[in-house]
Design a protein around this ligand. Structure first.
Ligand code: PLP
Ligand code: COI
Length: 345
């Protein structure tokens, strides 16, 4: 196998061209075969529903090369189920779980040489997406859809890796509406978050921490990641209909219990921020990124957590437990990883 000329340790969370992507089209009421492509482009009708009315959803999951050399994909059935919910949320054709998983296995195998070696801290990010492709001028769902899965090797989402980040809050920005699309993973939510993200970056923050869009009294989520706080040996994460149910967060809740912590999923009023011992953002890309400081841009309040530049004790334990399972360093007691079988060479 020809090793790509990449500095694995130096990878950031960005796009690197790989060998192949896989595609599957829904047409005439059924899903077609999985097709392999080496093109980075999609020919499309100029009136395709995704281009005009935003019929697009996506997912994000990772494959890891483990300590034992095996390749593990983390909880892909959960991504497949969320992909269905996202499709249904914007009237697209949902892809069956088994077909989704087949596409994941195939795209990982086809790009084996881009799966970063163990010990580099990098992984292979898998990005499934679905688009409405049939021509549509009236506002209505398409009747043809395409699912594409591409992969790209990635490093840390936040540039300093597992170092505390600085985030900000502002009542001037909402990512989603109170009864909108926050709990599904569609491109439109991310388009709507770009100005807020740019604002946060301009002011020197990693990301915007969103408040609930209705009352602006409770914490929602942290850019493209969920939020959790820790106090009194308890893991506390928002229960909100406007956040994306994170698979990483769901897993960390289980790992927190394994570590003997209590877990609370409930509304978190802003006033509780000053009572947390640790705070963190979590997601596939973000993994578990400790938050060192939160600035409320509207009233100048500043909340700080832990020692400068250092992740808190429980956040570190949770991060290690999750990474340990993903990289095959500790037994996968919950059965979260699927080992990808490669053909003998
Ligand atoms: N919240 C948002 C808005 C996201 O985009 C993501 C990323 O997928 C997450 C949370 C984290 O979810 P997961 O852990 O399933 O990747
Ligand atoms: C992920 O964590 O997989 C995400 O989708 C975040 C992102 C939008 C870059």
């Amino acid at each position: 196998m020809n090793e790509p000329n990449l500095e694995w340790e130096k990878l950031s969370f960005s796009y690197t061209k790989t060998d192949y992507n896989v595609r599957c089209t829904y047409k005439d009421g059924k899903w077609g075969p999985i097709e392999v492509s080496d093109s980075e482009y999609v020919p499309m009708h100029i009136a395709a529903a995704c281009l005009h009315y935003g019929q697009e959803s996506f997912e994000g999951l990772k494959a890891f090369r483990g300590k034992d050399g095996k390749v593990r994909v983390f909880r892909m059935e959960e991504n497949a189920k969320r992909f269905i919910r996202s499709a249904e949320g914007i009237s697209m054709q949902p892809m069956p779980v088994e077909l989704f998983c087949e596409m994941v296995r195939k795209v990982v195998k086809l790009n084996e040489r881009f799966i970063p070696p163990y010990g580099t801290g990098a992984s292979l990010y898998i990005r499934p997406l679905e688009i409405g492709i049939s021509a549509q001028v009236g506002v209505a769902p398409a009747d043809e859809y395409m699912v594409i899965m591409l992969v790209t090797p990635v490093g840390p989402y936040f540039k300093n890796g597992f170092k505390p980040i600085k985030v900000c809050m502002s009542r001037e920005y909402d990512r989603v509406a109170p009864k909108g699309t926050g709990s599904i993973k569609i491109g439109g939510n991310y388009a709507a978050s770009l100005n807020a993200g740019q604002k946060a970056h301009e002011l020197g923050y990693s990301v915007m921490l969103y408040l609930d869009p209705k009352e602006k009294e409770y914490l929602d989520e942290c850019g493209a990641a969920n939020f959790f706080g820790v106090k009194d040996n308890t893991y506390i994460t928002p229960d909100s209909s406007t956040v994306l149910p994170s698979i990483t967060n769901m897993s960390l809740c289980e790992l927190a219990k394994d570590l003997g912590m209590k877990v609370e999923r409930r509304q978190i009023p802003l006033s509780e921020l000053e009572t947390f011992e640790e705070c963190s953002a979590c997601g596939t890309a973000a993994v578990c990124s400790p938050i060192g400081r939160i600035d409320d841009l509207d009233n100048g309040k500043v909340y700080t957590y832990g020692e400068e530049g250092k992740a808190g004790e429980m956040t570190t334990k949770l991060y290690d437990a999750l990474r340990g399972i993903q990289y095959g360093e500790v037994p996968d007691e919950h059965g979260w990883c699927e080992i990808i079988e490669f053909d003998e060479k």
